[in-house]
Each structure stands twice: as C-alpha cells, then as structure tokens.
Design a protein around this ligand. Structure first.
Ligand code: PLP
Length: 397
C-alpha cells in the first residue's frame, strides 16, 4: 500500500517501544525494573474515580460540547487563574483527550510547509515529529547540562528567523527536569514580541515542582495573546489512562482548535471530564503527597547515580526524571541502555529518544517505589563500574 508521503516524516515516542522490549524480557523470566515510562505509579485518587462512576450512572454517556463541558472549562479557568498568574476565562479553555493533542492541534493550526518550529533538544519527541509531519522545518534548541538544563534565551534568539512560526517550551521539562526561571521567560517573551511568533508552553509538569516557583510565560505582559498553554491531568492527578488535557488559547485560536477537535475526536470522554471537575475542585492533598514522595525519590536516585563513578547527574527541580551524563563510560546512552536492560535488568531510555543532544545521557523515570530505585541504582552500578574501571585501566571492554 502506498502511504502518504508525510508518513515518512512522522516520528514516535520510544518509551512505549522500550516498555514493550522490557516486558518481553520479563516474559522470559528475567527481573526488570521499569524506569522507562513517564507516568506516576500512583492510582488516580478515589474521589476522582468516584466522580466518574457517578457521572456514568447519571447518564454522562453522550457527546459533550466540542470544547468541553462548561463545568470543566470553568473549573480549569479558575484553577489556571489561581496557579498560572493570569486571568483565564472559560471561553479560552478547550478540553482535549490528553496533553498530546494540544501539540498536534497547535502545529496543524499554525505551521505551513517550510515554516520553522523551534523545539527543545533534548525534549518530548512528539514536538519534532509533529513539526516535520506537517512539512515544517524542525529546529532543535540545545538544552545543556552546564546551564542546569534551562533553555538559554540567547541560544534561542540565535535560531529565530523570519520563518519562525512556533517556539515550544517545556518547564518543568521532560526528560531533564529543567525549570525555566522568571528571568529566562521574560527574555524569551521579549524575543517572541520582537519577532512575532507563537509559543506553545507545555506546562504538564507545572505542579511537579520541588524548588522555586512555576512561572507561566502566558502570565507575562501581552503573552497570553501569543501563547498556547498545554496542561492536563495525566501527571498531576495520576490520570494517564483517562486521557484528559486542555489548552488555554489566544482568542484567535479557539475556533480553529474547536474545528480540529470536531474533525478528529468530536469531544473528550464525558465521564472523564466530570472526573476532571472533581480533580480540580476536590481535595488536593493526594497531589501534595505525591509530589513530596517524588521529591524523596528524586534525592534517592540522584544521590545514588552520582555515587557511581563515571555518572554525573544534575538534581532536577521538577518533573520525575533524572537525566545523567554517562559519557565517562565510553558508551552512548543507547549502548548503555541496551546493556543496562540485558545485563542489569534495568529499563531506562537512551537520551537520543529525546534528540541528538542527549547522545551521552540516559533518562530514568523515578515514578516507581523507593525499593525499586535503590535496587535499580545497585544494578546500574554493577554494569557501569567495570566499564569505567576498564577505561581508567586503559582497556576498553
Ligand atoms: N508533555 C510532556 C512534556 C510529556 O512528558 C507528556 C507525557 O509524557 C505529555 C505532554 C503528554 O501528556 P498526556 O499523556 O496527557 O497526553
């Protein structure tokens, strides 16, 4: 069958493939610790699950309005107004099945063939995939460990051209855990105003933050009218399987997004939307408890990794990933990820799953138990130590 030419340009998210590979190894009887997939290991809180059950029993089994039920749009608007530092009205909120569709729709709505999309490298792989899929030019902006994994506004400015249409930001970031400061964002906002491009601000990890404040670039002067805020329920409320996310949009994009929704999914699952209302308006203590636990785990994994010779790991301020530099092992992240899985029974992702800048990194998701983290560090040490010793001794294994 002849596929459309654009299908040759679409990428993928390797986390799902790595998880399948790890499960296949497990099926042969091997013990594998899963640090590859980016989802909270906690269950969705009971009050949220109960709200969905009640909604189903009440008959929330039909189509909903395309941009979402009014109750959820209102709840998102008031939550975002309180947390993101700018006034969000319900008419600017569109509800979609997960955070990912916001990327898809933003790119479809804004990017013509040959337009440039600047995205973080390393960064979530779907940014580049979508930009290339629609015929745009995907321009990586390097995110460097020596800059604490914060996107450097000067480096961004050097990449902007008259064809720059969209700049994608992600803070706190996957896969690095890097967090942009207010000052960084002010400088990026100034570049956006000067060169008149739109920003897609992926804030899906906005509440999984251990130090500092979460700043939305949309809260800076005039920026709400040129920023698409992507957020959702997957990470904050441990709701990855529910598929519930949203965009906060400049006025000019509300109708285009609604068109894209009606042309693709019609609307988001009705009962899931009621679960979202409960998530935002109900008690928040399970979010606080989850973030506190992630922080403990972060310290466990970062200290553990840094105690392994040849591994250098920044302590991330947000999200639930560690992104160590493993160049001293003499292997690339991809080579080491293979060895870790096959020799050590630890499933991590190669940094290149997130772009070329991550060539000598691994990504470990620490959304797993403390016991698993401790054991994963032990196994990782057992694989890496001999490699580093062999190099120091002048013999390369
Ligand atoms: N943005 C980033 C940076 C992510 O890491 C993810 C999921 O891993 C998403 C968006 C997508 O979230 P969702 O599962 O809600 O589509």
């Amino acid at each position: 069958m002849k596929l459309a030419e654009r299908m040759g340009r679409i990428g993928t998210e390797t986390a799902f493939e790595a998880a399948a590979r790890a499960r296949a190894l497990e099926a042969t009887g091997r013990s594998v610790i899963h640090l590859e997939i980016g989802e909270p290991d906690f269950d969705t809180p009971a009050n949220i699950r109960d709200a969905a059950k009640r909604a189903l029993d009440r008959g929330a089994t039909h189509y909903t309005p395309t941009p979402g039920i009014p109750e959820l749009r209102a709840a998102i608007a008031s939550d975002a107004t309180a947390r993101k530092g700018f006034a969000v009205t319900p008419d600017r909120v569109v509800v979609v099945p997960g955070g990912k569709p916001v990327m898809f729709f933003a790119v479809l709505a804004l990017v013509d063939e040959g337009d440039e999309v600047i995205y973080p490298d390393p960064g979530f792989p779907i940014y580049e995939s979508m930009a290339r899929y629609v015929g745009g030019r995907a321009v990586p902006c390097p995110i460097r460990q020596e800059k604490g994994f914060r996107l450097d506004p000067d480096e961004l400015a050097s990449l902007v051209t008259p064809r720059t249409r969209l700049v994608i930001l992600n803070s706190p970031a996957n896969p690095t855990g890097g967090v942009s400061t207010r000052e960084d964002l002010e400088r990026i906002a100034a570049i956006a105003r000067e060169h008149d491009f739109t920003i897609l601000a992926d804030e899906i990890y906005g509440r999984i933050l251990y130090e500092g404040e979460h700043v939305s670039i949309a809260s800076l002067p005039d920026m709400a009218e040129r920023t698409i805020v992507l957020d959702g329920f997957s990470k904050t409320y441990a709701m990855t399987g529910w598929r519930l996310g949203y965009a906060i949009l400049p006025e000019a994009l509300v109708t285009p997004f609604s068109r894209l929704i009606v042309n693709s999914v019609s609307c988001t699952n009705a009962a899931t939307q009621w679960a979202g209302v409960e998530a935002l308006t109900g008690p928040q203590d399970s979010v606080d408890a989850m973030v506190a636990e992630f922080k403990t785990r972060r310290d466990l994994i970062v200290d553990g990794l840094n105690s392994i010779p040849g591994v250098s790991c920044v302590r991330p301020a947000g999200a639930f990933y560690a992104f160590p530099d493993i160049s001293a092992t003499g292997l690339t992240g991809a080579e080491l990820a293979d060895r870790l899985l096959n020799e050590g029974g630890v499933s991590a992702l190669a940094g290149t799953a997130f772009g070329q800048v991550g060539r000598y990194h691994l990504r470990f998701s620490y959304a797993t138990s403390r016991e698993n983290i401790a054991e994963a560090v032990r196994r990782t040490r057992a694989v890496i130590e001999p490699l580093v010793e062999a190099r120091r001794g002048g013999t390369v294994r």
